[in-house]
Design a binder for this molecule. Structure first.
Ligand code: PLP
Length: 431
């Protein structure tokens, strides 16, 4: 089911033609589909709802836009956060504190205090000392902090090295080998209400095998902890399921994932938490951009668009692939390198790609940018952070304004741009 499709030769987000958004807001702009968000959110939940007392905490890092979080809250999602900023965004979006899980390997004391005072539902401890500090902070406030211990199961998620988190050498979680002894010690602390364990082995995982292997290791740990007398009531299975960025990508179905989870956790007798990010918002967004130049290159031309690595960092960070498509394709193709305007050789979206034929001034999109897209934006090269638009049916709304951080008093280009401010109409016609 696609919420971004062509109507009369023009790419639309639901019922809105993308040129209408480009005219109203300027480019580059991140465009989200409310229908696609609801569809993915409901599909994930209904696949797993059959499991005993499953809880769903959207990984805010994937897309922290307030309108996205509000929509997901309406669908029944809590929030998995990794910073004080994400806590504020989750609470502002109306997510109940009790539905907030605090992951993150480096929570500051102030972040722990703010989360405690907000009354969040679960702290995912990353090291023993964090547990001790949290217990002390909670005790001083007459509280017991609800917590689980994040364990590193030493399983390679089989994904890109920079987004694999479950190997022993990574900074995340505590070594599973010493986890039971650490749990014994932490469980004795007055200020902690230690309820179980958590794991997360990476992102964009395309194979259920490593997830199953990691879950089985956690299952064995749960048995060991119970044998030591700990009443384990919660296991947080993290996020990580991948999405199809390329047409040929094959991802495990939600039904297959749910069946695997049901099989592996059958005897655990715990409440399960899921922290999905990418699978909820990834396919629900596109980055709408305009071609500035088609510059001749050695073997292929460079299609230079007005979006850059500061709008979509994934290709530069992880060599990630995002499908590029013209908004008004003419039916022909070209082989090109797609580049942004930032002064970095790495500001490339693809090389030697066969793409829709585009020319100066044309609109195009990068598909599947709803997760880790705007979320990773920067203002490098003093480029404004791009606006964000939410489409719902045949209406759209600006849900994130164009801004330029730092202290520029009246940043040029920070007002909504019309197409005319990107291209001088007379010059374009003369060209
Ligand atoms: N939970 C934790 C602890 C994470 O670090 C991440 C992202 O890496 C997620 C959940 C969400 O992962 P994904 O977007 O792959 O579902």
């Amino acid at each position: 089911m696609s919420f971004f499709d062509y109507r009369d030769g023009v790419l639309c987000a639901e019922g809105v033609a993308l040129p209408v958004i480009a005219d109203a807001v300027g480019t580059p702009v991140h465009v989200y589909s409310a229908g696609a968000l609801r569809h993915a959110a409901n599909a994930f939940m209904s696949a797993l709802r059959g499991l005993p007392s499953a809880r769903f905490a959207f990984a805010v890092k994937a897309n922290p836009n307030g309108a996205v979080l509000r929509l997901l809250a309406e669908c029944g999602y809590g929030a998995d956060i990794v910073s004080g900023g994400e806590l504020r965004r989750a609470l502002d979006a109306g997510i109940a504190p009790a539905d907030v899980v605090f992951s993150g390997v480096g929570k500051t004391d102030q972040e722990l205090i703010d989360a405690l005072e907000a009354g969040i539902g679960q702290f995912n401890l990353e090291l023993e000392e964090e547990g001790r500090v949290l217990a002390q902070l909670a005790r001083r406030r007459g509280m017991r902090a609800p917590a689980v211990l994040r364990v590193n199961p030493d399983v390679d998620g089989g994904t890109h090295a920079k987004i694999t988190t479950g190997r022993r050498t990574s900074k995340f979680g505590v070594d599973i080998a010493g986890a039971s002894d650490m749990y014994d010690r932490l469980a004795q602390l007055d200020g902690l209400d230690l309820q179980g364990v958590a794991l997360h082995i990476g992102s964009q995982i395309s194979d259920l095998e490593p997830l199953e292997a990691a879950y089985r290791r956690i299952g064995a740990l749960v048995l060991d902890l119970r044998a030591r007398g700990h009443p384990i009531t919660r296991v947080d299975l993290g996020g990580g399921l991948g999405i199809a960025y390329r047409p040929e990508d094959v991802m495990p179905s939600l039904a297959a994932y749910a069946a695997m989870v049901a099989r592996v956790t059958r005897d655990w007798n715990v409440s399960l938490t899921f922290e999905p990010g990418r699978i909820i918002t990834g396919l629900a967004g596109v980055l709408l951009t305009r071609v500035i130049w088609v510059k001749p290159g050695l073997s292929h031309p460079f299609v230079i668009v007005d979006a850059a690595m500061n709008d979509l960092a994934r290709p530069a960070l992880y060599d990630a692939y995002h499908r590029f498509a013209a908004v008004r394709p003419d039916g022909t193709t070209m082989v090109a390198n797609i580049a942004g305007p930032v002064c970095e050789t790495g500001d490339m979206f693809g090389t030697d790609r066969t793409i829709d034929h585009v020319a100066r001034g044309d609109l195009a999109v990068f598909h599947a940018t709803g997760a880790y897209g705007a979320a990773m934006a920067s203002s490098y090269n003093s480029r404004p952070i791009s606006p964000q638009v939410m489409v719902d049916g045949d209406r759209f709304e600006l849900v994130g304004d164009r801004t330029l951080p730092f202290d520029t008093p009246a940043p040029l280009g920070c007002k909504p741009r019309t197409a005319g401010s990107v291209f001088d109409a007379e010059l374009t016609q003369a060209a």
